[in-house]
Every structure is written in C-alpha cells, then in structure tokens.
Design a protein around this ligand. Structure first.
Ligand SMILES: *Cc1c(COP(=O)(O)O)cnc(C)c1O
Length: 448
C-alpha cells in the first residue's frame, strides 16, 4: 500500500502556475498506482495519461510524483472556471455542511430553483423556459429526447454524422462512431435517423447547401412529420471539433420550426462560456427549443440540465422526469458558483482571447501535415492529414499528443478518425502557461 498525495497539496489558483517535471512521465508513484488499478479497475474505463492527480488549479495539474503539467484538457471541458475554483469550493463546501441530499423529488430546496432561474437567464432566447436537472450529459440528452417525444407525440429522432451524445443505450444509438463507444454493446434503441452534417474542411459546402443535404436525407429516410426532434452539437466535440459552415444551424432550426420538430442543441461540451459565448448557438443567434448542458456547468461536480421552452418541458406529467440524485444540492451550489465565476472572472472574454492567440498561431505554422485548424473560444482542434491529401493521420495525432504528455502538457485527441488534437484549456489558465503549452505542442509536431 502506498499513500497517494505528497503532503497536503491544495488545488485552486494558488497552486504554483508552472510546468515542472521531477520524474519521467509517468513517475514511480503513478506506476505503482497503475499496477493496483489494473488489478482492481475495469479495463473498459481507460485513461489518456497514466499519471495520477494530486491537486489541480488555474492552468496546472500536479501528479502524485510532484510533476506539474500544463492543463490543456480541463478534464474534457469540465473545469472551465478552473479546477477547485475558490468560490466553487466555498459554496459547495458550505452546502455540503448544511445537507448532502434530500432528493428534490421528496423535499425540494432553493439551490435547484435558483439554478433553474439562472439557466433560463443565460440560455439562448427570451421565451418562457423550464429546467430539469440531472447528473451527466448522457442523462440530459436522454431526457431531452423524452421531452421531445412526449410533447410531439412522435418517436423518430434525427442525428448527424460524427455525433457524440453519450454512453447509455439511447445515447449510444444517437452517437455515430462504433469504436470504442458502440462495439459489442447493441442492440441499440430504434427510431434514430442519421444524416450528413456540415464539415467544411471535408465537404467544402456552405451552410445552406450542407443543410439542404441534411434535410433531404432526413425527409427521405425518416419523414419530417415523424420526427420528434433533431439533436445536434452546435460544434461537434468528440467527433472532431467540427465547426459547421455559417448558416447551417440556422437553416436546420428553421426547417424544424416549419415542421414541428423539436430542435435540441447538445451543448454538453460547448456550453457555459467554453466557446467565447454562454452557448455555441449564440454565435449564430440560433435559438434552440431545448438545450442540454453538463460538462462546464458544475465547476467539476457532476450536474447536468435540460433547459427549454416551457410548453415543451411542462407537457410531461408530474413524475415523468427526475431521478434520485438529479440536481444534488452540493452540485447545485457548485454550479451557481461556477456561473457566477463566468461573470465575475470575465471568462467569456477570456475564451475569446484564447482563440485570438491560439488560432492564428496554429494556422501560421503552415505545416503540410495540418489539414485544418478550427474552433471557437477555448475549444480548438488541429486536424492532421497526410500532406497534400485529406487522408486522416491518426498516428501523427497520437504521436504529437504523446510527446506533449511526456513534456508536461495535457492535450487530448478526438475525431471520427482519431486524427484531431484538441485543446480545451481551463479559462483560468494564465496567458504565459497557454503560450508555453502551445510552444510544447509546436515542438512536439516538429519532432514527430
Ligand atoms: C460528453 C458529452 C456527452 C455525454 O456526457 P456525459 O456526462 O459523459 O454523459 C453528451 N454530449 C456531448 C456533446 C458531449 O460532449
């Protein structure tokens, strides 16, 4: 048996903001834990890097060997306000000491109501809204579909290529990619129809043309009159950080409105300031009927939401939505603090600054192996291809990410072909660390 944390490290922004490697990566304590893990933890739950966390905050994560990494991953877009943000720690801590749980479906509490009010204020559109809280992104997506089906009396659901919506049975069906998400886990939920999306680097179509193609496929395969919902990520996350061509989302939203189809924006990854707006839909002034959110919402605590048109959400009978833990009081306090931090710390502007620095810099590299650099705010993807083609180069993405990891920078990959390196820094990252992280990424690419 070993202890896991060196000393009494405290996370949050006070953690020294530097990249520093004291051992090889992974170090000896991480290797010991890795061995224990292999004998105790399911192999199906895998990790990007075998380094075990001891503390995190601002723009760094410190591991159990004392190595300090620049964090360009935010635990997959979750610690948007920064890990262990002081206000999140204070407010969640106070809530924790008051009561840990009552079940909102048994005896409700104010935090849930206040969070619903806040989400109504920040989500797109000024219509009357209602919110239901859940624990994970997949659960939010499932419930958005439940609401859309109930409210429309229809069963079919439309999704697009490269979509990622979660790992539960329905959300596996809604997800596009087989490995690792679906393989061997079927049969999947029926009445899911998939159409092409807008992927400017690969299809060269403008927004309206791409939307016309999507709509044609859906009308032919599902029929507009049978569709309860169109579910779409306004910028695709796991599928490759694909930013659709301008006008694509608006054209789909208009088609949905015309045919009584509920337009669900899955903002689980893009929501809560990540893209330099409260929600990615805001960039194009698209107003979804329902919005799902989770990752960046709770400052690191598990919480998720569906917020949308009152007449849709309130169509469902009492008792039809909910769950034991949904909207846990500690998670609600954390989420309220995180939303406050977005405002108080100026994080929407900070996300835009990150894009303004990183996008031109990455585009200027002019490396023929880079097919595309894209993103909004602090959600940036670099798609690798074989020079002169659009053939995906997953090995290169993997090699670049691996070199970054060994040099003390956490980056993730994504994409249908696994050939995209994605950057999701916490918005609390100091500028010098962001610059240094990108230096390391450039060097990793040069030497790969
Ligand atoms: C991560 C993600 C989900 C699933 O969220 P979980 O909390 O992992 O269940 C759903 N949709 C999108 C767009 C995501 O990025």
């Amino acid at each position: 048996m070993t202890t896991t944390a060196p000393g009494a490290l405290t996370g949050g922004p006070a953690l020294p903001q530097r990249r520093e490697l004291r051992t090889a990566v992974p170090g000896p304590r991480s290797l010991e834990l890795q061995e224990r893990r292999a004998a105790a933890v399911a192999r199906g739950v895998s990790s990007t890097m075998p380094v075990y966390a001891a503390a995190a905050g601002g723009g760094v994560l410190v591991d159990v060997d004392g190595n300090s990494f620049i964090d360009l991953g935010s635990g997959i877009a979750v610690t948007t306000v920064g890990n262990s943000h002081p206000q999140v720690v204070a407010d969640a801590g106070a809530a924790l000491a008051r009561f840990t749980h009552t079940c909102f479906m048994i005896t409700p509490y104010e935090g849930y109501v206040q969070l619903a009010e806040e989400l109504a204020a920040v989500t797109p559109g000024d219509h009357d809204k209602r919110t239901a809280l859940f624990n994970s992104g997949a659960e939010a997506v499932e419930n958005a579909v439940k609401i859309a089906r109930y409210a429309t009396g229809r069963s079919a659901v439309a999704v697009v290529d490269h979509a990622y919506h979660g790992r539960t049975n329905l959300t596996m069906a809604l997800t596009a990619k087989n490995m690792p998400y679906k393989d061997g886990f079927g049969p999947f939920a029926p009445e899911v129809y998939r159409a092409p999306t807008s992927y400017p680097f690969r299809d060269g179509l403008d927004g309206p043309a791409a939307a016309a193609r999507t709509i044609e496929v859906l009308e032919r395969s599902a029929g507009a009159n049978r569709l309860a919902a169109l579910l779409i990520e306004p910028i695709q996350g796991e599928g490759g950080f694909v930013v659709p061509a301008p006008g694509f989302l608006a054209a789909l939203a208009a088609w949905c409105r015309e045919h009584g189809i509920v337009f669900i924006a899955d903002e689980v990854q893009t929501g809560i300031a990540r893209t330099g707006a409260w929600f990615a839909c805001d960039h194009e002034e698209v107003v979804p009927d329902l919005v799902t959110m989770a990752k960046g919402m709770g400052g690191g605590l598990p919480i998720a939401a569906v917020t949308g048109r009152a007449e849709l959400v309130d169509a469902v009978h009492p008792g039809g939505l909910g769950g034991t833990y949904g909207g846990n009081p500690v998670a609600c306090a954390a989420a309220l603090a995180a939303l406050g931090a977005v405002r108080d710390d100026g994080l929407i502007g900070r996300a835009r600054e990150i894009a303004d620095h990183a996008l031109p810099r990455l585009r200027q590299l002019g490396d023929p192996r880079i097919g595309d650099v894209r993103g909004r705010g602090a959600m940036i993807g670099v798609e690798f291809v074989r020079p002169g083609t659009d053939e995906p180069d997953a090995e290169l993405a993997k090699a670049v990410a691996g070199a970054c990891h060994r040099a003390g920078v956490i980056v993730l990959t994504c994409g249908t072909w696994g050939n995209v390196v994605r950057l999701l820094p916490p918005l609390a990252i100091p500028q010098d660390l962001l610059v240094e992280g990108l230096d390391v990424l450039e060097e990793a690419l040069r030497s790969a």
